[in-house]
Ligand binder design. Structure first.
Ligand SMILES: [Zn+2]
Length: 419
Protein backbone atom coordinates (compact mmCIF):
# COMPACT_ATOMS: atom_id res chain seq x y z
CA UNK A 1 0.00 0.00 0.00
CA UNK A 2 1.38 3.37 -0.94
CA UNK A 3 0.26 6.45 0.96
CA UNK A 4 0.66 9.64 -1.00
CA UNK A 5 -0.92 12.04 1.45
CA UNK A 6 -0.44 12.28 5.19
CA UNK A 7 -3.42 13.84 7.01
CA UNK A 8 -2.32 16.23 9.74
CA UNK A 9 -4.34 14.28 12.35
CA UNK A 10 -2.50 11.03 11.82
CA UNK A 11 -0.93 9.60 14.95
CA UNK A 12 1.12 6.58 15.89
CA UNK A 13 -1.76 4.18 15.23
CA UNK A 14 -0.92 4.39 11.57
CA UNK A 15 2.79 4.06 12.14
CA UNK A 16 2.90 1.02 9.88
CA UNK A 17 2.13 3.24 6.93
CA UNK A 18 4.77 5.80 7.80
CA UNK A 19 7.55 4.14 5.89
CA UNK A 20 5.69 4.83 2.67
CA UNK A 21 5.12 8.50 3.37
CA UNK A 22 6.23 10.80 0.62
CA UNK A 23 6.36 14.55 0.45
CA UNK A 24 3.39 16.03 -1.36
CA UNK A 25 3.88 19.65 -2.38
CA UNK A 26 0.78 21.81 -2.45
CA UNK A 27 -0.06 23.54 -5.69
CA UNK A 28 0.69 27.25 -5.80
CA UNK A 29 -2.07 29.68 -6.70
CA UNK A 30 -0.50 30.58 -10.01
CA UNK A 31 1.12 27.71 -11.76
CA UNK A 32 4.11 28.95 -13.67
CA UNK A 33 4.49 27.50 -17.12
CA UNK A 34 7.56 25.36 -17.20
CA UNK A 35 9.82 25.54 -20.18
CA UNK A 36 13.31 26.08 -21.45
CA UNK A 37 14.53 29.47 -22.44
CA UNK A 38 17.36 29.83 -24.91
CA UNK A 39 19.63 32.75 -24.28
CA UNK A 40 22.65 34.02 -26.10
CA UNK A 41 21.18 34.13 -29.57
CA UNK A 42 22.70 30.84 -30.61
CA UNK A 43 21.48 29.57 -33.95
CA UNK A 44 22.07 26.00 -32.97
CA UNK A 45 19.35 23.98 -31.26
CA UNK A 46 19.65 20.22 -30.89
CA UNK A 47 16.59 18.31 -31.94
CA UNK A 48 16.42 15.51 -29.40
CA UNK A 49 17.98 16.95 -26.27
CA UNK A 50 16.13 16.10 -23.08
CA UNK A 51 17.67 19.03 -21.32
CA UNK A 52 18.52 22.18 -23.18
CA UNK A 53 20.79 24.49 -21.35
CA UNK A 54 22.47 27.31 -23.17
CA UNK A 55 23.73 30.25 -21.19
CA UNK A 56 24.36 33.74 -22.44
CA UNK A 57 27.74 33.97 -20.76
CA UNK A 58 30.48 31.39 -20.99
CA UNK A 59 31.98 30.24 -17.74
CA UNK A 60 32.90 26.63 -17.55
CA UNK A 61 34.64 25.10 -20.56
CA UNK A 62 34.48 21.29 -20.31
CA UNK A 63 37.58 19.50 -21.57
CA UNK A 64 36.77 16.71 -24.03
CA UNK A 65 39.72 14.69 -22.75
CA UNK A 66 38.54 11.16 -22.02
CA UNK A 67 35.20 11.46 -23.74
CA UNK A 68 35.86 12.55 -27.33
CA UNK A 69 36.37 8.98 -28.56
CA UNK A 70 33.06 7.99 -27.10
CA UNK A 71 31.19 10.72 -28.89
CA UNK A 72 30.63 8.45 -31.90
CA UNK A 73 28.76 5.93 -29.76
CA UNK A 74 25.01 5.85 -29.46
CA UNK A 75 22.81 5.40 -26.45
CA UNK A 76 19.38 3.85 -27.00
CA UNK A 77 20.02 4.17 -30.75
CA UNK A 78 19.18 7.88 -30.80
CA UNK A 79 21.50 9.79 -28.47
CA UNK A 80 25.15 10.62 -28.87
CA UNK A 81 27.60 10.83 -25.97
CA UNK A 82 28.51 14.48 -26.36
CA UNK A 83 27.01 17.88 -25.51
CA UNK A 84 27.30 19.67 -28.86
CA UNK A 85 25.57 17.69 -31.62
CA UNK A 86 21.90 17.59 -32.49
CA UNK A 87 21.48 14.13 -30.96
CA UNK A 88 23.03 14.98 -27.59
CA UNK A 89 21.16 14.19 -24.36
CA UNK A 90 21.62 17.82 -23.41
CA UNK A 91 23.33 20.78 -24.97
CA UNK A 92 26.08 23.00 -23.64
CA UNK A 93 27.87 25.64 -25.66
CA UNK A 94 31.58 25.20 -25.10
CA UNK A 95 34.44 22.74 -24.97
CA UNK A 96 38.20 22.66 -24.58
CA UNK A 97 40.66 20.37 -26.28
CA UNK A 98 44.44 20.30 -25.95
CA UNK A 99 46.26 20.71 -29.26
CA UNK A 100 48.59 18.00 -28.06
CA UNK A 101 45.75 15.48 -28.27
CA UNK A 102 43.68 17.12 -31.01
CA UNK A 103 46.28 17.94 -33.67
CA UNK A 104 46.33 14.46 -35.16
CA UNK A 105 43.00 15.39 -36.71
CA UNK A 106 43.50 18.54 -38.80
CA UNK A 107 39.78 19.30 -39.24
CA UNK A 108 38.92 18.48 -35.63
CA UNK A 109 35.93 20.82 -35.52
CA UNK A 110 34.21 19.32 -38.55
CA UNK A 111 35.32 15.80 -37.71
CA UNK A 112 33.54 15.86 -34.35
CA UNK A 113 30.57 17.87 -35.68
CA UNK A 114 31.26 20.79 -33.33
CA UNK A 115 29.09 23.82 -34.27
CA UNK A 116 30.94 26.12 -36.70
CA UNK A 117 32.69 29.36 -35.75
CA UNK A 118 30.48 32.38 -34.99
CA UNK A 119 27.56 30.08 -34.16
CA UNK A 120 27.31 30.83 -30.45
CA UNK A 121 29.70 28.06 -29.50
CA UNK A 122 33.07 28.50 -27.74
CA UNK A 123 35.81 26.10 -28.84
CA UNK A 124 38.92 26.63 -26.72
CA UNK A 125 42.18 25.03 -27.88
CA UNK A 126 44.84 24.62 -25.24
CA UNK A 127 48.42 24.52 -26.48
CA UNK A 128 49.81 21.37 -24.93
CA UNK A 129 52.25 23.24 -22.68
CA UNK A 130 51.28 21.04 -19.76
CA UNK A 131 52.16 17.93 -21.78
CA UNK A 132 55.53 19.51 -22.66
CA UNK A 133 56.27 19.92 -18.99
CA UNK A 134 55.00 16.55 -17.86
CA UNK A 135 55.98 14.34 -20.80
CA UNK A 136 59.05 16.16 -22.13
CA UNK A 137 57.74 16.35 -25.71
CA UNK A 138 58.67 18.96 -28.32
CA UNK A 139 55.90 20.99 -29.93
CA UNK A 140 56.26 23.69 -32.60
CA UNK A 141 54.32 26.85 -31.60
CA UNK A 142 53.48 27.71 -35.23
CA UNK A 143 52.17 24.23 -35.94
CA UNK A 144 49.87 24.61 -32.94
CA UNK A 145 48.86 28.11 -34.03
CA UNK A 146 47.79 26.95 -37.50
CA UNK A 147 45.68 24.17 -36.02
CA UNK A 148 44.13 26.60 -33.51
CA UNK A 149 43.41 29.11 -36.28
CA UNK A 150 41.66 26.50 -38.38
CA UNK A 151 39.58 24.99 -35.57
CA UNK A 152 39.20 27.16 -32.50
CA UNK A 153 37.58 30.39 -31.29
CA UNK A 154 40.10 30.84 -28.49
CA UNK A 155 43.66 29.52 -28.41
CA UNK A 156 46.22 29.38 -25.61
CA UNK A 157 49.80 30.35 -26.44
CA UNK A 158 52.42 27.69 -25.90
CA UNK A 159 54.00 28.05 -22.48
CA UNK A 160 56.17 25.93 -20.24
CA UNK A 161 54.49 25.65 -16.84
CA UNK A 162 57.09 26.39 -14.13
CA UNK A 163 56.26 23.47 -11.89
CA UNK A 164 58.35 20.81 -10.22
CA UNK A 165 58.33 17.79 -12.57
CA UNK A 166 55.37 15.48 -11.98
CA UNK A 167 53.66 17.84 -9.55
CA UNK A 168 51.26 20.78 -9.46
CA UNK A 169 53.63 22.77 -7.29
CA UNK A 170 55.47 25.86 -8.50
CA UNK A 171 59.29 25.76 -8.69
CA UNK A 172 60.97 26.57 -5.41
CA UNK A 173 64.04 27.81 -7.35
CA UNK A 174 63.32 31.26 -8.78
CA UNK A 175 66.04 30.81 -11.46
CA UNK A 176 64.14 27.86 -12.92
CA UNK A 177 60.98 29.97 -12.90
CA UNK A 178 62.81 32.69 -14.84
CA UNK A 179 63.94 30.17 -17.47
CA UNK A 180 60.31 29.08 -18.08
CA UNK A 181 59.30 32.73 -18.46
CA UNK A 182 62.07 33.24 -21.05
CA UNK A 183 60.97 30.22 -23.12
CA UNK A 184 57.35 31.37 -22.95
CA UNK A 185 58.37 34.86 -24.10
CA UNK A 186 60.17 33.42 -27.15
CA UNK A 187 57.10 31.33 -28.06
CA UNK A 188 54.76 34.32 -27.62
CA UNK A 189 57.01 36.44 -29.89
CA UNK A 190 56.92 33.80 -32.62
CA UNK A 191 53.13 33.53 -32.48
CA UNK A 192 52.72 37.31 -32.34
CA UNK A 193 54.58 37.72 -35.62
CA UNK A 194 53.19 34.67 -37.38
CA UNK A 195 49.48 34.80 -36.55
CA UNK A 196 47.18 35.10 -39.59
CA UNK A 197 43.55 34.59 -38.58
CA UNK A 198 41.33 37.41 -37.36
CA UNK A 199 38.89 34.79 -36.09
CA UNK A 200 41.08 33.39 -33.34
CA UNK A 201 41.41 35.08 -29.96
CA UNK A 202 44.76 34.29 -28.37
CA UNK A 203 45.36 34.25 -24.62
CA UNK A 204 48.85 34.38 -23.12
CA UNK A 205 49.47 32.23 -20.05
CA UNK A 206 50.91 34.07 -17.04
CA UNK A 207 52.41 32.07 -14.18
CA UNK A 208 53.44 32.76 -10.61
CA UNK A 209 52.58 31.81 -7.06
CA UNK A 210 53.48 35.14 -5.40
CA UNK A 211 53.02 38.80 -6.42
CA UNK A 212 56.75 38.93 -7.28
CA UNK A 213 56.64 35.88 -9.50
CA UNK A 214 53.51 37.04 -11.30
CA UNK A 215 55.09 40.50 -11.72
CA UNK A 216 58.26 38.97 -13.16
CA UNK A 217 56.36 36.84 -15.69
CA UNK A 218 54.03 39.71 -16.52
CA UNK A 219 56.94 42.09 -17.21
CA UNK A 220 58.65 39.55 -19.46
CA UNK A 221 55.67 39.30 -21.84
CA UNK A 222 53.68 42.50 -21.26
CA UNK A 223 54.72 44.17 -24.54
CA UNK A 224 53.34 41.30 -26.59
CA UNK A 225 49.68 42.20 -26.90
CA UNK A 226 47.04 39.51 -27.24
CA UNK A 227 43.29 39.43 -26.63
CA UNK A 228 43.50 38.11 -23.08
CA UNK A 229 45.42 36.26 -20.40
CA UNK A 230 45.31 32.74 -18.98
CA UNK A 231 46.32 32.20 -15.37
CA UNK A 232 47.39 28.89 -13.98
CA UNK A 233 47.44 28.76 -10.17
CA UNK A 234 49.88 26.15 -8.97
CA UNK A 235 48.81 24.58 -6.75
CA UNK A 236 45.16 25.35 -7.61
CA UNK A 237 44.06 26.28 -4.08
CA UNK A 238 41.51 29.00 -3.20
CA UNK A 239 44.01 31.72 -2.17
CA UNK A 240 46.32 30.99 -5.12
CA UNK A 241 43.39 31.49 -7.47
CA UNK A 242 42.25 34.67 -5.70
CA UNK A 243 45.78 36.10 -5.84
CA UNK A 244 46.06 35.68 -9.62
CA UNK A 245 42.54 36.92 -10.30
CA UNK A 246 43.01 40.01 -8.14
CA UNK A 247 46.27 40.66 -9.99
CA UNK A 248 44.46 40.43 -13.35
CA UNK A 249 41.74 42.74 -12.10
CA UNK A 250 44.37 45.23 -10.95
CA UNK A 251 45.85 45.20 -14.48
CA UNK A 252 42.42 45.97 -15.94
CA UNK A 253 42.14 42.72 -17.92
CA UNK A 254 38.87 42.00 -19.76
CA UNK A 255 39.28 38.43 -20.93
CA UNK A 256 40.75 35.87 -18.55
CA UNK A 257 40.91 32.10 -18.52
CA UNK A 258 41.91 30.02 -15.49
CA UNK A 259 43.43 26.55 -15.58
CA UNK A 260 42.01 25.44 -12.25
CA UNK A 261 39.84 22.38 -12.56
CA UNK A 262 36.59 22.04 -10.68
CA UNK A 263 37.33 21.49 -7.03
CA UNK A 264 34.39 21.82 -4.66
CA UNK A 265 36.26 24.59 -2.82
CA UNK A 266 37.86 26.36 -5.76
CA UNK A 267 34.88 26.77 -8.11
CA UNK A 268 33.12 29.18 -5.68
CA UNK A 269 36.18 31.47 -5.81
CA UNK A 270 36.25 31.56 -9.61
CA UNK A 271 32.51 32.07 -9.90
CA UNK A 272 32.61 34.93 -7.39
CA UNK A 273 35.25 36.71 -9.52
CA UNK A 274 32.96 36.74 -12.58
CA UNK A 275 31.95 40.32 -11.82
CA UNK A 276 35.56 41.50 -12.09
CA UNK A 277 35.98 40.66 -15.80
CA UNK A 278 34.15 40.88 -19.09
CA UNK A 279 34.67 37.18 -19.65
CA UNK A 280 36.16 34.77 -17.14
CA UNK A 281 36.31 31.11 -18.15
CA UNK A 282 37.77 28.04 -16.51
CA UNK A 283 38.09 24.42 -17.57
CA UNK A 284 38.31 20.93 -16.18
CA UNK A 285 38.29 17.32 -17.30
CA UNK A 286 37.42 15.95 -13.83
CA UNK A 287 33.82 15.15 -14.74
CA UNK A 288 35.08 13.06 -17.65
CA UNK A 289 38.17 11.45 -16.13
CA UNK A 290 36.21 10.50 -13.00
CA UNK A 291 33.27 9.20 -15.00
CA UNK A 292 34.90 7.60 -18.01
CA UNK A 293 37.95 6.15 -16.30
CA UNK A 294 36.80 5.42 -12.75
CA UNK A 295 33.02 5.22 -13.21
CA UNK A 296 32.71 7.62 -10.33
CA UNK A 297 29.26 9.21 -10.39
CA UNK A 298 28.85 12.58 -8.61
CA UNK A 299 26.08 12.82 -6.10
CA UNK A 300 23.87 15.69 -7.20
CA UNK A 301 25.36 18.90 -5.82
CA UNK A 302 28.38 17.11 -4.39
CA UNK A 303 31.26 17.09 -6.83
CA UNK A 304 33.59 15.37 -4.42
CA UNK A 305 31.30 12.64 -3.11
CA UNK A 306 30.13 9.92 -5.41
CA UNK A 307 29.05 6.34 -6.10
CA UNK A 308 31.34 3.96 -7.98
CA UNK A 309 29.74 1.86 -10.70
CA UNK A 310 31.21 -1.02 -12.69
CA UNK A 311 32.90 -4.11 -11.24
CA UNK A 312 33.27 -2.68 -7.75
CA UNK A 313 29.63 -1.59 -7.48
CA UNK A 314 28.22 -2.75 -4.15
CA UNK A 315 25.37 -0.36 -3.56
CA UNK A 316 21.78 -1.45 -3.03
CA UNK A 317 20.25 1.59 -4.69
CA UNK A 318 17.00 0.87 -6.50
CA UNK A 319 17.23 3.83 -8.84
CA UNK A 320 19.62 6.61 -9.72
CA UNK A 321 19.45 9.57 -7.30
CA UNK A 322 19.27 12.13 -10.07
CA UNK A 323 16.84 13.39 -12.69
CA UNK A 324 19.31 14.86 -15.16
CA UNK A 325 18.80 14.13 -18.87
CA UNK A 326 21.18 11.16 -18.61
CA UNK A 327 19.67 9.55 -15.53
CA UNK A 328 16.13 9.99 -16.79
CA UNK A 329 16.98 7.39 -19.46
CA UNK A 330 19.86 5.40 -18.00
CA UNK A 331 19.45 2.61 -15.44
CA UNK A 332 21.81 1.30 -12.78
CA UNK A 333 22.45 -1.68 -15.10
CA UNK A 334 23.48 0.69 -17.91
CA UNK A 335 26.05 2.32 -15.63
CA UNK A 336 27.36 -1.04 -14.44
CA UNK A 337 27.58 -2.54 -17.94
CA UNK A 338 30.91 -3.41 -19.56
CA UNK A 339 32.31 -1.39 -22.41
CA UNK A 340 32.82 2.34 -22.82
CA UNK A 341 29.17 3.41 -23.02
CA UNK A 342 28.71 3.32 -19.23
CA UNK A 343 31.74 5.56 -18.61
CA UNK A 344 30.51 8.03 -21.22
CA UNK A 345 27.08 8.22 -19.60
CA UNK A 346 28.54 8.76 -16.13
CA UNK A 347 30.84 11.49 -17.52
CA UNK A 348 27.84 13.29 -19.02
CA UNK A 349 25.88 13.01 -15.78
CA UNK A 350 28.91 14.43 -13.93
CA UNK A 351 29.11 17.28 -16.42
CA UNK A 352 25.45 18.11 -15.89
CA UNK A 353 25.95 18.16 -12.10
CA UNK A 354 29.04 20.37 -12.52
CA UNK A 355 27.15 22.80 -14.74
CA UNK A 356 24.20 22.96 -12.34
CA UNK A 357 26.53 23.58 -9.40
CA UNK A 358 28.19 26.44 -11.28
CA UNK A 359 24.84 27.88 -12.31
CA UNK A 360 23.60 27.71 -8.72
CA UNK A 361 26.72 29.49 -7.47
CA UNK A 362 26.42 32.10 -10.22
CA UNK A 363 22.93 33.03 -9.14
CA UNK A 364 23.85 33.19 -5.44
CA UNK A 365 27.09 35.08 -6.07
CA UNK A 366 25.15 38.25 -6.83
CA UNK A 367 24.52 38.52 -3.09
CA UNK A 368 27.60 38.39 -0.86
CA UNK A 369 25.52 37.45 2.21
CA UNK A 370 23.57 34.66 0.53
CA UNK A 371 26.73 33.32 -1.07
CA UNK A 372 28.67 33.14 2.19
CA UNK A 373 25.67 31.68 4.04
CA UNK A 374 25.43 28.92 1.46
CA UNK A 375 29.16 28.16 1.48
CA UNK A 376 29.28 28.13 5.28
CA UNK A 377 26.85 25.23 5.25
CA UNK A 378 27.80 23.56 1.99
CA UNK A 379 31.57 23.50 1.70
CA UNK A 380 32.49 24.76 5.19
CA UNK A 381 35.97 25.59 3.94
CA UNK A 382 37.63 28.54 5.65
CA UNK A 383 40.15 28.98 2.85
CA UNK A 384 37.36 29.36 0.29
CA UNK A 385 35.67 32.07 2.34
CA UNK A 386 39.02 33.78 2.91
CA UNK A 387 39.75 33.80 -0.83
CA UNK A 388 36.31 35.26 -1.59
CA UNK A 389 36.84 37.95 1.03
CA UNK A 390 40.24 38.72 -0.49
CA UNK A 391 38.56 39.27 -3.87
CA UNK A 392 35.82 41.36 -2.29
CA UNK A 393 38.43 43.49 -0.53
CA UNK A 394 40.22 44.01 -3.85
CA UNK A 395 36.89 44.93 -5.48
CA UNK A 396 35.96 47.39 -2.70
CA UNK A 397 39.46 48.89 -2.35
CA UNK A 398 42.37 47.74 -4.47
CA UNK A 399 44.89 44.93 -4.88
CA UNK A 400 47.66 46.53 -2.82
CA UNK A 401 45.28 47.16 0.05
CA UNK A 402 44.13 43.51 -0.08
CA UNK A 403 47.75 42.28 -0.02
CA UNK A 404 48.43 44.44 3.04
CA UNK A 405 45.21 43.37 4.76
CA UNK A 406 46.07 39.68 4.27
CA UNK A 407 49.78 40.12 5.06
CA UNK A 408 51.10 38.91 1.72
CA UNK A 409 54.27 40.72 0.78
CA UNK A 410 56.75 38.25 -0.71
CA UNK A 411 57.33 34.78 -2.09
CA UNK A 412 57.50 33.20 1.35
CA UNK A 413 54.23 34.76 2.47
CA UNK A 414 52.53 33.53 -0.68
CA UNK A 415 54.03 30.08 -0.29
CA UNK A 416 52.68 29.90 3.26
CA UNK A 417 49.19 30.42 1.84
CA UNK A 418 49.47 27.11 0.07
CA UNK A 419 50.69 24.98 2.98
ZN1 LIG B 1 22.16 12.33 -13.55
Amino acid sequence: MSVKFAPATMHGSQAGMKKDLKFVPSLPQNLATAGHSIKGGTKFVPTQALGLWVRDEYKFVPSVFGIIDRSAENFKKSYTLDWWTENALFYYNSLLVSAYYGMDIWDFREHYKIPPKKDGFLFVADSGGWQIASQQVKIDPVEILRWQEYNADVGMLLDVPPVEPGTYVSYVDFEKFKKCAAIAKRNYEIVHSRRRSEDLELLKPIHGGSPQEIDYFWDEVKDLEFEGVAFSPKPPVPMGIALQLAYGYDKGLDIVHLFTGTGLNTVPVVVYAQKMFKRLTFDSSSFSVQGARYRSYCNPFYLSCGITFGKSYQSTLEKLPCDCPVCRLATIDDLNSEGSLAGGLIALHNLWITLKYIEHLSVLSRSYTDYINFLNVYSRDEETIKAINFLQHTWDNDFDSALREYGISDREDARNLFE
